[in-house]
Design a protein around this ligand. Structure first.
Ligand code: PAN
Ligand code: ZN
Length: 187
């Protein structure tokens, strides 16, 4: 066995910055999120290239059994009264779960299973979220600063953005300074 001590990868707890190996970054702007926010007119007026979130992850080889490690940085902001959020997805391999850990900021993790049952978990520095298989997930930034969360998930999980045909069954809005959860009527 090689006795060399290897310098590990690094996560800065407070900022969520990853270092120590090549990184991949994906930025998502408002323009990339048509149909995600309820107020389409407001979305159109803001759209452009306003950044909503960045995902930074280690460039892990996509081999069976490997895990991706990434951090989502979700900006504070709203479209109308609705807080900025990630697009949200099921994993293409539905049975595969994921772990999220809150690093900075405050927000919510919206979970929705295939029967459309929903659950919201509060995200804050140190919060731990075990996302089971068969469960769609979306981060929502309800605070005034960047919400950053670490995620670890199987490389084989894949992302399925089209399965939520009617979107998520809950929306989270700013109601005169309070966080209000609204049920969506799909009729
Ligand atoms: C996360 C998400 C990330 C961005 O890394 O991919 O928060 O959200 P969307 O993929 O919904 O745009 C994750 O859940 N990976 O599986
Ligand atoms: Zn995921």
């Amino acid at each position: 066995m090689d006795s060399t001590i290897i310098q590990p990868l690094h996560l800065a707890w407070c900022s969520g910055a990853l270092s120590g190996a090549p990184l991949l970054t994906k930025s998502t702007t408002l323009q990339d999120l048509p149909g995600v926010f309820a107020d389409h007119t407001c979305w159109q007026s803001l759209a452009g290239s306003k950044p909503v979130y960045h995902v930074e992850m280690f460039a892990t080889p996509d081999r069976p059994g490997e895990l991706y490690t990434g951090v989502t940085h979700l900006m504070p902001g709203k479209v109308g009264e609705e807080f900025f959020m990630t697009r949200g997805h099921f994993h293409a391999r539905r049975e595969q779960g994921e772990v999220y850990i809150g690093l900075r900021g405050e927000g919510l993790l919206l979970l929705q299973d295939e029967q459309n049952s929903t659950r919201l978990e509060r995200v804050y520095p140190g919060s731990v979220h075990t996302i089971p298989g068969f469960t769609a997930h979306r981060l929502i930034n309800t605070g005034n600063e960047i919400l950053s969360a670490l995620a670890v998930w199987p490389c084989s999980a894949g992302h399925d953005y089209s399965a939520l045909k009617n979107g998520f069954a809950l929306r989270v809005v700013d109601d005169a300074g309070s966080v209000r959860v609204m049920e969506v009527n799909h009729d």
